[in-house]
Design a protein around this ligand. Structure first.
Ligand SMILES: Nc1ncnc2c1ncn2[C@@H]1O[C@H](COP(=O)(O)OP(=O)(O)O)[C@@H](O)[C@H]1O
Ligand SMILES: [Mg+2]
Length: 151
């Protein structure tokens, strides 16, 4: 487990940006942590690192937002020639349980090399998420400090 302390929201965005460079396509990324621990801030950098130009806003009232990478070839190319085309930002803060995501088609997004799926509040649908996901743990340390742990 790696532990990183960031000292500003910008540093957390940068961490997300760097994290994006390692993605191959098909990853499901679970972001654990309380409100305000920096999950969405991390996603902003991650999306930028994937070549998404739109600003990432918290999809709290909308469970999922879809972002299309308009020019994936120029950004990254997986070994098998595929590329990441779609980025899905899922925020389950407001849902009660698994039944609330039934209509979303979430499961169809997993295990597809063209997709990256990021999930905030993943524990709400723990049993639906693939066991091969990437887990990151966010914690509030102080006003401008956050701790982020991942393997
Ligand atoms: N080191 C830091 N990393 C991330 N966010 C920080 C940091 N320091 C302060 N913040 C602020 O904390 C808030 C984190 O909010 P957000 O990323 O939406 O959290 P979450 O999605 O986990 O609820 C933002 O207002 C951000 O500017
Ligand atoms: Mg959030």
């Amino acid at each position: 487990m790696k532990t990183i302390i960031t000292n500003s929201f910008k540093e957390t965005q940068e961490l997300g940006f760097e994290f994006a460079q390692k993605l191959k396509g098909g990853e499901v990324i679970a972001l654990h942590g309380d409100l305000g621990s920096g999950k969405t801030t991390f996603v902003q950098g991650l999306a930028e690192g994937l070549g998404i130009k739109q600003k990432i806003i918290s999809p709290t009232f909308i469970i999922m937002r879809t972002y299309t990478i308009s020019n994936p070839q120029s950004i990254r190319q997986a070994q098998d020639g595929s590329a990441i085309h779609n980025f899905y930002h899922v925020d389950l803060y407001r849902i009660e349980g698994e039944e609330d995501v039934e209509g979303l088609g979430l499961l169809d997004l997993f295990d597809d090399k063209e997709n990256i799926v990021v999930v905030e509040w993943p524990e709400k649908i723990e049993n639906l998420l693939p066991s091969t996901r990437v887990d990151l743990y966010f914690e509030y340390v102080g006003d401008e400090e956050r701790e982020i742990r991942f393997t």
